[in-house]
Write a protein that binds this ligand. Structure first.
Ligand SMILES: Cc1cc2nc3c(=O)[nH]c(=O)nc-3n(C[C@H](O)[C@H](O)[C@H](O)COP(=O)(O)OP(=O)(O)OC[C@H]3O[C@@H](n4cnc5c(N)ncnc54)[C@H](O)[C@@H]3O)c2cc1C
Length: 369
C-alpha cells in the first residue's frame, strides 16, 4: 500500500466522463488542487473501459460546450452527420421521420478529448479504480484506489462522485436511495447499411423505453434499454423485429451493456451529503428519462458545482452545509428541466398517444427517396 504523503487535495473526483472531466478542468484551471481517478485508459487505441453510448451530442450539450468556449476537434466526429431520425413503432409498423440537430460522435474519443483538457496541475490516475472511501476523524476523505498495479491512498477535503449510473459514491452515501434503472444493450454491426441513418424504435411489448440505431464510421450501432429483468432475451427479440424493417443486423462485432437511470420524480436526484461529498451528472440521477440524453446534464451540473467550489475560498468543513445549499439552489433549474422531460414522457411512451402523434404526422418530414 503506498500513500501520497501529506498531500491533501481540495477535491477528489471519481470518474472522468463528461461530468468529472468538466469539473476537473474547471477546478484545476481556477487554482484548486485536484486529484481525479478514472477507469478509462488515456490512449484511444489501447482498449480498456469504454462507456456504451449512442454518441449523439444534443443541442443542449452543444450549448454547454459553447458556453465553456470549447469547439469539437475533427477527431471526435463520426462519419456521417445525420439530420433526421426515422421513428418506427415496431408493433403498429407506423413510421415517421423527424428533423434532429445532433452531432454524431465517437463517444470514447469525446471522453478522452475532454480528459485531455484537464490542466497538468491536476493529478489524474487513468486506468484506475476507486474501490472504497471513508472520512477520517478530521473530516478528510480517504480514498482507496487501485492504480498502476497497487493500492494507493488519496486524501481530499471534498469528494465528488462523477462515477455514472452505478456510482459507488451514491451507493455508499445513500444506501437506501432507490432510482428506476434499466439495462441498455448495444451491439455494433459491420454489415454496411445501404444508407447511413439514425433511427428510433418503440415496442411496448418489450420495453416502455426505446431503441436506437446510428451509423458511425462504417458500422451501425443498434441498442435498446429494458427494465432490468431478462434484458438479453428482450434485446434479441427487439433486434429481430427491427431487422424486419430492412436493417442489416446480422454480424455483431461487439456487444456492450450497462445500467442507465431513468428518474421519475424530484427526489430521485441526489446532490450530496451536505458534508463535503457531492454528486454530479448521472451519479446524481441527472439524465433525461425520455431521450436518455445525459451529456448536457453531466457538463452543466459540473459547471454549477465548479463555480460554487471555486468561489468558496478555503474548503473548510464549516462551509460545507452552505456549499451544499448553494448547489441545491443553483442546480434547481437543471432539475426542473429534467422534470419537464418526465412530464413529456407520456407523449413518447404511451402507445395510444404515440400512435396519435405519429398518425397525425405533426412535425414529421416528408422524405423523398
Ligand atoms: C446505451 C446508452 C446510450 C446513450 N446515448 C446517449 C447519447 O447519445 N447522448 C447523450 O447525451 N447521452 C447518452 N447517454 C447517457 C450518457 O451516456 C450519460 O448520461 C453520461 O455519460 C453521463 O456522464 P457522467 O460523466 O455523469 O458519467 P459517465 O459518462 O458514466 O462517466 C463515469 C465515469 O466514471 C468512471 N468510473 C465509474 N466508477 C469508477 C470507479 N469506482 N473508479 C474510477 N472510475 C470510475 C468510468 O470510467 C466512467 O467513464 C446514453 C447512455 C447509455 C447507457
Amino acid at each position: 500500500m503506498s500513500e501520497i504523503p501529506e498531500k491533501i487535495f481540495d477535491a477528489a473526483i471519481v470518474g472522468l466522463g463528461p461530468s468529472g472531466a468538466t469539473l476537473a478542468r474547471l477546478l484545476a484551471s481556477r487554482g484548486l488542487s485536484v486529484v481525479a481517478v478514472d477507469r478509462k485508459k488515456s490512449d484511444p487505441d489501447s482498449g480498456g473501459f469504454q462507456k456504451p453510448c449512442g454518441g449523439l451530442l444534443a443541442e443542449d450539450a452543444q450549448r454547454s460546450l459553447s458556453r465553456q468556449g470549447l469547439s469539437l476537434p475533427k477527431s471526435v466526429l463520426a462519419d456521417p452527420q445525420l439530420f433526421s431520425v426515422r421513428t418506427i413503432d415496431l408493433r403498429t409498423a407506423r413510421e415517421r421521420t423527424y428533423r434532429r440537430f445532433y452531432i454524431n460522435m465517437n463517444r470514447h474519443r469525446f471522453d478522452l478529448w475532454l480528459k485531455s483538457l484537464i490542466p497538468a496541475s491536476a493529478t489524474v490516475f487513468h486506468d484506475a479504480t476507486v474501490r472504497n472511501f471513508s472520512r477520517n476523524e478530521n473530516g478528510i476523505f480517504e480514498l482507496s484506489v487501485y492504480a498502476e498495479h497497487e493500492e494507493k491512498r488519496i486524501f481530499a477535503r471534498t469528494l465528488i462522485g462523477a462515477d455514472g449510473a452505478s456510482s459507488l459514491i451514491r451507493r455508499k452515501l445513500f444506501p437506501e436511495h432507490k432510482i428506476r434503472d434499466y439495462t441498455a444493450v448495444q451491439q455494433w454491426f459491420s454489415d454496411a447499411q445501404a444508407r447511413p441513418l439514425y433511427a428510433c424504435f418503440f415496442d411496448d411489448r418489450l420495453t416502455d423505453c426505446y431503441g436506437w440505431a446510428v451509423s458511425k464510421d462504417g458500422e451501425l450501432v443498434f441498442g435498446a434499454a429494458f427494465p432490468r429483468e431478462d434484458s438479453s432475451k428482450a434485446y434479441e427479440l427487439f433486434r429481430e423485429r427491427a431487422a424486419r424493417f430492412g436493417f442489416s443486423l446480422k454480424k455483431p462485432v461487439r456487444t456492450e451493456a450497462c445500467r442507465v437511470l431513468r428518474p421519475e420524480k424530484m427526489s430521485d436526484f441526489v446532490l450530496g451529503d451536505g458534508n463535503g461529498a457531492f454528486l454530479i451528472g448521472e451519479a446524481a440521477g441527472m439524465i433525461s428519462p425520455s431521450s436518455l440524453e445525459g451529456m448536457s446534464y453531466a457538463m452543466d451540473s459540473a459547471e454549477i458545482l465548479a463555480d460554487i467550489l471555486a468561489a468558496a475560498g478555503s474548503l473548510a468543513p464549516e462551509k460545507f452545509p452552505q456549499l451544499a445549499e448553494d448547489y441545491r439552489k443553483r442546480s434547481r433549474k437543471l432539475r426542473l428541466k429534467l422534470l419537464t422531460k418526465i412530464l413529456k414522457n407520456p407523449f413518447m411512451y404511451n402507445p395510444a398517444l404515440r400512435n396519435l402523434v405519429m398518425r397525425s404526422g405533426i412535425a414529421a418530414e416528408r422524405v423523398k427517396n
